[in-house]
Design a protein around this ligand. Sequence first.
Ligand code: G6Q
Length: 546
Amino acid sequence: MTATILPLTQRKGWKALVTHHRTARKWHLRTLFAKRPKRGERMTAEAAGLFLDYSKNRVTGRTVKLLVELAEESGLRDRIDAMFRGDKINLTEDRAVLHVALRAPKDATFLVDGKNVVPEVHAVLDKMAEFAGRVRSGVWTGHTGKRIRNVVNIGIGGSDLGPVMAYEALRHYSERGMTFRFVSNVDGIDFVEATRDLDPAETLFIVSSKTFTTLETMTNAESARDWLLSGLGGDKQAVAKHFVAVSTNAEKVSEFGIDTANMFAFWDWVGGRYSMCSAIGLSTMLAIGPDNFRALLNGFHQMDEHFRTAPFEQNLPVLMALLGIWYNDFFGAQTTAVLPYEQYLKRFPAYLQQMTMESSGKSVTLDGMAVDYDTGAVYWGEPGTNGQHSFYQLIHQGTRLIPCDFIAFGQALAPLGRHHDILMANVFAQSEALAFGLTPEQVKAEGVPDWLVPHRVFEGNRPSNTILAERLTPAVLGALVALYEHSVFTQGAIWNVGSFDQWGVQLGKVLAQRIVPELESKEAPALTHDSSTNSLIRRYRKMKGA
Ligand code: G6Q
């Protein structure tokens, strides 16, 4: 499929962009807007409840055309079709990549090895809904007959970040009579703090792990079992009423002591960081209820369909991906800031960090050749307006180019006096200031003394996207997450990197397992690491009195 596609920097579209960039880098957004007064109305696109204004980017219609041509030449259309067809596009793990099947309607067909997986997806969703209904209504009780009031999700990485983000984002829709906590870190503090005020008799643990072998998760799950049993008098039967599992590994689940009847399955064609629509979303469903969870899936599906069918020049994920490539590969931008003006989205940047950086943090192509261009940008961000009083200074006046994604909503979920207008005024003011800045003449006209002028000048020309939606609903959250998922996919297709493996994560899993016995052994172990690691291990053993 990729055989006929040239290496990126040899593609016609790439070369055309290199030439185009020689002129484009001299443009200023002030001039671009002055020349095309309707730019702000025209450079927009809309889908699945999201409105994208990309006019404050250092591009013209021609730039977008060239970028789209690059996408076409890079075989993006074929890649999209291959993903939706269930081809094993995760080459290094020989797996299909079908998170889109997790949010497909019942009558859809998605084939993995010739088998339609949609019925299984819906069977699990129905099982989750039935379970969530029983817990939320109090029919499912704990070992002592008490109602479940606390849910603790134990998982890490892809088995944690989606659930935490979605819970925080959709808190407005959540069952307020229940408490939701998320334990991920192997640092015992995470577990201790999450459970210190909970009554074991009212607590349900969801052990979420695709492999059910992840050291952090299994360590936390074991501590949870001890905590529960010591709180409930040691009767092992209690585990069945207080533990459920979300996993692809039934054998390990039952080895742990969880009845596989209380296991919610998913499949190897669901990548960890793309799994929040699978049973990994069980805590989300418990919090917001099955109907809202289905609305969330439907929002994802709307964006999936848009991505699959819309022409590239109107395709939100494709446009955002191409703009990212423009700054990353041609302007040398190293990072992208994601700035939600919505407190409920406070964990969204952290969630995106995994999705983008684990997927695009690659330096060889799918054929194993070293890339000679930059791949994944560093993603980071904080909710507005807090960031404005901290790191925005560097975005406005620093030496680095930091493209920003502003995310905001027309209506507040909890309207309070003038708050929302003030919040929104800040979003618009920031993107305006970043784009247009303040010239020395404008600063002088304010009566600023000459010596102070350079400090008060804002060069402007700092690009941003603004994403607006009516209201943060479950469906809009789904569309927003899918927007970034497909944007990452598009960039991966153009960079020709494997967006769906994570060997870097795998390495960490193996290395720590090797050192654990060296820290725990009674006898001083024979250490064969480098001199730094050896002496750190010795120092630690001394500190803990070993
Ligand atoms: C995600 C990664 C990684 C994974 C965690 C947890 O794409 O693969 O973050 O989700 O390492 O793995 P388990 O779900 O197997 O515990």
